[in-house]
Design a protein around this ligand. Sequence first.
Ligand code: UD1
Length: 420
Amino acid sequence: MEKIVIQGGTSLMGSLEISGSKNASLPILAAMLLCEGKTTVANLPHLQDVTTSLELLGSLGVELSIDENRYVEADTRTIHSLTTPSELVRKMRASILVLGPMLSRFGEAKVSFPGGCAIGSRPVDLHIAGMESLGAEIVIEDGFIKASRRERLRGATINLPFPSVGATENIIMAASLAEGTTRINNSALEPEIIDLVDCLNAWGANIRGAGKSTIVIEGVQKMNGGFFRVMSDRIETATFLAAAAATGGKIRTRNVDPTNISAVLEKLRKAGGDLTLGADWIELDMRGKRPKAVDFKTGPYPDFPTDMQAQFTVVNSLAIGTAYITETIFENRLMQVQELRRMGAKIALNDNEAVVTGVSKLTGTRVMASDLRASAALVIAGVAAEGETIIEEIHHVDRGYECFEEKLHQLGAKITRTSS
Ligand code: UD1
């Protein structure tokens, strides 16, 4: 089992390059299935979830190649299977994103119920209802979602009861090759949706309204494919900025869009960080100070992202004052709290609310990572803490952070990975 060992007490300093976005890459890789011609994607991060997606495409028969620039090219003419292997889907919830493209283009799809982080029950009812609205027949049998259509999917008006990111993406992709117009009301507004739509339009789709609450998809007969460069990872950016805030450091994140994490930047400012924004960089300087406690509540974009809740809990754990944190997206996403308490954090839990009373120092100990963002939070806590922190089950972090230790090392952290 691999673990990370950190000698803490370091203020992070320096500059780092942010990788391509995980959450934009996964739907874009699924979208390759919609195209008859070749598709090429650049700036894919080197992550476990991206590898799992590529394995999934490969298992369907998609021919994939990767060149020296790490551009991934896909050719779907060799597809021979429309069933996703359950061992791959179990590893990653985003595997459900192949449902819409396979069903729409090839007429059927058999996808097992997805897995992923243990942060909540995470049903896929909105994905299924969306496909049904477009005319698909869905049968749930033996742990599989079996989707089929007798004729081409038909455009429809779909009112999402909640702006689910994945359901919005799946419906957009399925509707891209449907007959007629689809309107998604209450669609998710996340920047990754805009990136997916830019990609689909570049590959031959006809979609407008991405980033607004109604997205309109005019179905096209076919999509030819082409080239697309994935946006940079706003959650990775925010994670490193939070790490600098927790450790009293000063860092610059490069290759970022400073406009798409405004909710986090606002809280970092309130925590006492001096922020400077460039065209494609963000610099945060804590001037060696402890952060100030900042209340926040997670919500769909543009609200504070649930994917940053665990990392910001660490900032508050070391802050001056008391902060109230409310998690509204997932019901079981405060799992880092128990481990942070073992490091000396003072956190009271009440359902989906955490009350964090900042302490002047955390102390290194042995802790266990439970999911992707909780792992990142424990690493930040370890860098800030006094003494040695050992984080077990660290494989979770590889799902979503490219070269995490290397990048932290570059910023001065004393961090190594060992296996035993
Ligand atoms: C995506 C992100 C994930 C992020 C989340 C919320 C990717 C690959 N993952 O996940 O990092 O934490 O958005 O910003 O982009 N729900 C239902 N029924 C459904 C679908 C969702 O009830 O059919 C619920 C979920 O259980 C959850 C909430 O809606 O409570 C949000 O889920 P959703 O927006 O769909 O998140 P994901 O697309 O899974």
